[in-house]
Each structure stands twice: as C-alpha cells, then as structure tokens.
Design a protein around this ligand. Structure first.
Ligand code: SAM
Ligand code: ZN
Length: 194
C-alpha cells in the first residue's frame, strides 16, 4: 500500500513539473498560426508595447557536443522531409537550449531582416522581448543571427523591403553583400560570350 502511494505521489509530482514547464512556454500575448514566411509562425494576440517581455524560449539545456549532434540531426531531417528546422539556441559559451519541445511556443517564431523582437539571454534562460510597439495580429520575428558562412543554406523569405535574401546576422550583412556581389560578378563574367 505504501509503495502504491509512493508511485502515485511520484506521478503527481511529475505531472506538476510538466505543467509548470508547459506554462513557462505559453504567453497570453501571442498565438500560433500559419505564416506567409514559413510553416507556422507566432503572432501578437494583442497590442504589445516596446520592451515588453513577450514569452520565454524554453527547452532542454545541453552542452555544445550534444548540441552539435542534435543540430546536424535536425538539419538532416529537415532536408529530407522539407520541414523546419533547427531549434537549438545558443545560451552561452558552453551551453545551448534545445527548444524542440511542443510547449515551447517561441520555437515557432520566424526570422526577419527587419525584426520586431529580440532574444535576451538572462542567466540560463532566454526571453523574447519586443523591439518596438507591435500591433495585434503582427507576426513576431527576430534575427536568428546565423553565420554568413552558411548563407546559401538559408534563403530568407521575410518579405521585408530591406530583406537581404538570406538568413544572416545583421552584423554580417556587409560581408554577405560582398560575397553576393562577387558571386554575381562571377556569373556575369562566365555568361559573357568568348
Ligand atoms: C525554428 S523554425 C521556425 C518555425 C517554423 N516556421 C515552423 O513552422 O516550424 C526555423 C525554420 O523556419 C524557417 N524560417 C524561419 N524564418 C524564415 C525566413 N525568414 N525565411 C525562410 N525560412 C524561414 C527555416 O526553415 C528555419 O530553419
Ligand atoms: Zn529577409
């Protein structure tokens, strides 16, 4: 009888922990819908003033070795199925967060070259903050900050007038533009009749 009680208590504790985790990944400020940028996206459910903490990017904290393994597995899977994507988020020099869990609403936020949100790392947690006032119904986006070396693998479809065509960290845009120019120049030269 005592051990049955113990099992029940353990199950209740697990349920409570899961519920707490699930709650951490939800926010009354946003909702998930189909996106014109890609797959599903996250939208403002109401007016969100600048600097508001919109939601948390939750998931499992993993070390870099585990992270590299999971990222390449997720990427290989996405190439095969056409589905998105990589949900590993850099947390620190030694750790990342794998946000590939259904209760992590923030994992569905798409990238934009003109984002309205930004991810802030606070200790061992990641929060999404509004960069400006956001109207109800606007899609939430942030800069994924991808490295320019991988630009060819990540075409951008954010649709903003300032879109650079690839998901690349804004700081590396000058580098990206130089690379695209060289590529373009190369193409023109090779198309020229001899
Ligand atoms: C973390 S998921 C974002 C949620 C995704 N829309 C979904 O439905 O699962 C990241 C993936 O979404 C896609 N994505 C996000 N932003 C994009 C953009 N601006 N242009 C093209 N694809 C984008 C890419 O495939 C990227 O690897
Ligand atoms: Zn773009």
């Amino acid at each position: 009888m005592a051990s049955r009680n113990k099992g029940y208590m353990k199950q209740r504790m697990l349920q409570r922990q899961l519920l707490a985790l699930w709650k951490r990944g939800q926010s009354p400020l946003c909702e998930v819908r189909g996106s014109e940028i890609h797959g599903r996206g996250v939208y403002a459910a109401c007016f969100i003033p600048e600097k508001t903490r919109v939601c948390e990017y939750v998931g499992e904290i993993i070390d870099k070795k585990q992270s590299a393994r999971r990222a390449s597995h997720q990427h290989a899977k996405s190439l095969k199925t056409g589905d998105a994507a990589v949900y590993v988020f850099t947390l620190s020099r030694n750790f990342d967060i794998d946000g590939n869990v259904p209760w992590n609403t923030a994992r569905l936020i798409n990238h934009s070259c003109s984002p309205n949100c930004e991810a802030w790392i606070e200790g061992r947690r990641i929060f999404i903050h509004a960069l400006r006032d956001i109207d109800p119904g606007e899609e939430l986006t942030y800069d994924y900050g991808f490295d320019v070396d991988c630009y060819a693998e990540h075409p951008c479809r954010c649709g903003k007038p300032e879109c650079v065509g690839h998901i690349v960290s804004r700081e590396q845009w000058p580098d990206l533009r130089a690379r695209l120019k060289t590529k373009q120049g190369g193409k023109h030269r090779s198309n020229r009749p001899a």
